[in-house]
Design a protein around this ligand. Structure first.
Ligand SMILES: Nc1ncnc2c1ncn2[C@@H]1O[C@H](COP(=O)(O)OP(=O)(O)OP(=O)(O)O)[C@@H](O)[C@H]1O
Ligand SMILES: [Mg+2]
Length: 320
């Protein structure tokens, strides 16, 4: 399997901000890589370099063996991009937007028409095809933007935070469409702040922080970095958190972690620990609304790797 995307030691500085500080990764053809990182990590900057929209200060980026700087024109022909902010024209209808993209690629008119019909169908926009985009919901715009990125049948697709701002149902629907594309053989680079999304869609995950890849692997490999399974308890009342924590500490399996979700977690030794914890909590007269074993989530992984949570936006925007 050859690499569809190769990124080597990319550096990009904006004024005093080092947006990229030596990003490297590669993506075998037909696979999905998730670039996972918090606000300001450098995800969009990386995608813009690959999509030929931005030249790096140093380093190399190539798509299907074509250099993103020196062969930008050819790269553009083989890729599709749905940016972080939907790039569709509000004043045009859904159908007109797709036709416009077809014209930009100089595709034959008949082909553009049948392609646009098929894409509108696939993204459940047929009913809305002749309405101006201004009247579309956020989810519909996202779907149209994704449809627009597919007009030229790209072999390599870049999706920058495809589901940010969508409700859970729309997110699920979009995940299914993306999974279909991947089944059809599209190579996909996806950026996301949602651990769940990377977990579900990506074969491999590169965790980005401060313009560098700080960890890479399958979701399971990353979870293994954090250790085996954990016992998680959710106190029925937040007031009980301290007493529940001391009961869990008395199980002596390791340090008690307080998760942002309100849950308490300790390293787990096996299923018997659940029964032991249940007895100890009952004896202490404590109620919990949840108690069980689970594999560490990617949230736990991110916290372990970076010392901060993935979804927090504690990385300051450095523009004045
Ligand atoms: N055109 C620009 N001018 C100045 N600074 C920029 C520019 N583009 C990006 N940056 C800065 O570079 C850093 C990385 O930005 P980037 O957009 O790549 O992050 P991101 O990982 O996509 O974040 P988010 O999750 O918020 O989209 C940030 O500190 C950002 O403020
Ligand atoms: Mg971004």
């Amino acid at each position: 399997m050859s690499d569809a995307v190769v990124v080597e030691e990319l550096v990009k500085t904006f004024g005093k901000t080092k947006a990229l500080d030596g990003v490297s990764f590669s993506l075998p053809e037909g696979t999905v890589l998730g670039l996972l990182g918090p606000n300001g990590a450098g995800k969009t900057t990386t995608v813009r370099v690959l999509a030929t929209l931005l030249a790096p200060d140093s380093g190399r980026a190539s798509v299907l063996g074509l250099d993103a700087v020196k062969q930008a024109e050819q790269v553009r022909r083989v890729i599709g991009l749905a940016g972080q902010y939907a790039a569709v024209d509000e004043k045009l209808t859904g159908m007109e937007n797709l036709r416009l993209v077809g014209r930009l690629y100089h595709l034959p008119k008949a082909e553009v028409l049948s392609r646009a019909d098929a894409l509108l169908e696939r993204f459940e926009l047929t009913q809305a095809a002749n309405r101006v985009v201004k009247t579309y919901s956020g989810g519909m715009r996202r779907r149209l933007d994704l449809a627009a990125s597919l007009v030229n049948r790209p072999k390599v697709l870049f999706l920058d935070e495809p589901t940010t701002g969508l409700d859970p149902r729309s997110r699920l629907a979009l995940w299914e469409v993306i999974e279909d594309l991947v089944r059809d053989g599209t190579t996909l680079l996806l950026t996301t702040q949602y651990l769940e999304e990377a977990d579900r869609l990506a074969d491999r995950i590169a965790v980005v922080d401060g313009g560098r890849v700080i960890a890479e692997g399958t979701s399971d490999e990353l979870k293994d970095k954090v250790g085996g399974s954990v016992l998680v308890a959710r106190p029925s009342s937040p007031d009980d958190a301290d007493t529940v924590a001391s009961v869990l500490a008395a199980l002596k399996t390791g340090e008690v972690k307080r998760l942002a979700t309100g849950e308490l977690a300790v390293p787990a030794t096996g299923i018997a620990l659940v029964a032991k914890a249940a007895r100890a909590l009952t004896t202490a007269g404590l109620e919990v609304s949840e108690l069980g074993l689970r594999r560490p989530t990617l949230d736990d992984v991110f916290l372990t790797l970076t010392g901060h949570l993935a979804e927090s936006s504690d990385v300051e925007d450095e523009t004045p």
